[in-house]
Design a protein around this ligand. Sequence first.
Ligand code: KG4
Ligand code: ZN
Length: 338
Amino acid sequence: NKPIYILGIESSCDDTSAAVICNGKILSNVVANQEIHAKYGGVVPELASRAHQQNIVPVIQQAIQQANIDKKDLNAIAFTRGPGLMGSLLVGTSFAKSLSLALNIPLIAVNHMQGHVLAHFIEEENQQKPPFPFLCLTISGGHTQIVKINNYFEMEVIGETIDDAVGEAFDKSAKILGLPYPGGPLIDKYAKLGNSKAFKFTKPKVDELNFSFSGLKTGILYFIQKKTKENPTFIDENLNDICASIQHTIVEILFDKLKNAVKQTGIKHIAIAGGVSANSEIRKVLKATENKFGWTTYIPKFEYTTDNAAMIAIVGYLKYLDGSFLEEPTSATARLKV
Ligand code: KG4
Ligand code: ZN
């Protein structure tokens, strides 16, 4: 049982992150958020690449330091190959390649979405790991999928969004309400104080296990425009109720499909992953299915929900054990399927 140290590097969107994992246990997980995007109401790709360029060296240094190891102890480097923003991915990819060359250790390419899912396999106290096969509702700023996980490396997307991701639905709704980016956590916060039945929004009709969120966003926009015309302080007076109602609608859309997925597959081990799985209502409703429907649920630790390198490092470790190293030169890929 000799220790295997893997450095994980994540730079697919607007967070620069590095983590060190030793035999499945996280030793460090450093995340530098980019505040700059709040000003623009969304991630500006060009600014994200520049910020990664500035952050990557200090973030990696800090991760190695906090892990209390020497960089010469590292056995391999795992990096996010995609999906994500091309300019952002290139910073992490190039850095990982150079460092592997300098340290003469192998490289492991990781799919970001696989990282979100496999974060459930990080060794943590009091954290149950899901058995195979299980279903994972993977919900982030860029993705909304129901994935059937057959084993670490075999994942089948059985449902996904046909337009916006659920994180976008949160963020765009928040923007309509005048809240800063990313608005998802703020909707969550205000919703806690509001009445989720105060306003009703139409849920989309989408085939099979797929999702759609663009209609909801438009519905919310028209609703707010109409209401503020009648009463210019409508948002201020009703912010908590509006947020609670929006969040309630989104959660219903997600769980309607998840219930169908359970019916269709007969699988009752259900995990959530991705930035939106930090949402308190989603966590609460998922937990409640244990008594209600007999599901066994798996909810990741808060710090492994939004983008982080710990999830890249765990995939790196699992691939290391599997001997899946990057043999030939590979470039970053903006669009990459799980
Ligand atoms: O996984 P992630 O960090 O980045 C992507 O890969 O996209 O997800 C970011 C998304 C954003 O849309 C953010 O608003 C949303 O996750 N988010 C939340 C919450 N925390 C983060 N949405 C709703 N409630 C939250 N508590
Ligand atoms: Zn993500």
